[in-house]
Design a protein around this ligand. Structure first.
Ligand SMILES: [Zn+2]
Length: 264
């Protein structure tokens, strides 16, 4: 049983062969693929995909850059305009109806945009945290360069059900947060060529490790399109580092997934 807790199967790169991608994931042994939303279009498509494919579990969110689409002059690439508060309300409706497995992705980004946008990002992040807490749903967090601030906000809201996706901060900060708050960290499939992710695989508490792809991004082989079945490679690495069999590593991560997302 393998799981990908962070994918973007709504991406245009999957438009022509999604059936095949999902089939390959099942054949590789995956039993769940969480597709994460970014803005109105992907959020709605995810709900459709979840109806179409039982393996797909929906998470709705607002990407931190999309969360500040009204500040277009501060963003170094084009972002589609939409009403963020309307989208927060849509996510809340879906969460209350029990239609989603998590809120995500959401969080704070200090890589693409600067401090003048942080207050606006935090407003949206906190609104989504409130929905997650009220509906008892886990949060899937994107944070770049603002790991400590994101953790501070989550701790202030007493959030317990958290997965940090593609975490790029200090290893010690992650290990401490995992131990202190019970927060999880999902490790991408490019961990085969990324020392920081390998360090997390070696050092995180075993119960706080999950697997993800962030596909189509972060492929194990540079220049290729990533897809959910590639989580299998990360499980192989985890088994190697911890002295577990591959079956044991897969089972542990699967149980971590079931616990955090209350599945099965
Ligand atoms: Zn993502």
């Amino acid at each position: 049983m393998y799981v990908d807790v962070h994918s973007h199967l709504t991406h245009k790169d999957f438009a022509s062969d999604l059936d095949q991608v999902v089939k390959r994931a099942s054949e590789a042994g995956l039993s769940a693929i969480i597709v994460n939303g970014l803005e109105p279009e992907s959020n709605r498509k995810i709900l459709q995909l979840a109806e179409q494919y039982p393996i797909i579990k929906p998470a709705l969110g607002i990407y931190p850059i999309d969360a500040i689409n009204h500040l277009a002059d501060q963003i170094p690439f084009p972002v589609k305009a939409f009403d963020v508060d309307q989208e927060i309300a849509f996510i809340e409706t879906q969460a209350r109806a029990g239609n989603i497995i998590a809120i995500g992705e959401c969080g704070l980004d200090g890589h693409w945009v600067g401090p003048e946008t942080f207050a606006a990002q935090e407003r949206v992040f906190e609104a989504l945290i409130d929905i997650a807490v009220q509906c008892d749903l886990p949060l899937i967090i994107h944070t770049r360069k603002l790991e400590e601030r994101s953790m501070e906000i989550l701790a202030a809201h007493k959030v317990t059900r958290v997965d940090f996706h593609c975490y790029g901060g200090k290893t010690k900060l992650a290990v401490d947060a995992a131990e202190k708050y019970g927060w999880s960290f999902s490790i991408p499939a490019n961990s085969n060529r990324d020392g920081a992710f390998q360090k997390l695989l070696r050092n995180l508490p075993p119960d706080m490790i999950l697997t993800e792809t962030d596909c189509p991004y972060l492929p194990p082989e540079k220049g290729t399109r990533n897809e959910p079945r590639n989580v299998v490679g990360t499980i192989g690495l985890l088994a190697e580092y911890r002295g577990w069999t591959v079956e044991e590593a897969a089972e542990r991560v699967w149980k971590n997934y079931q616990r955090l997302f209350k599945q099965g």
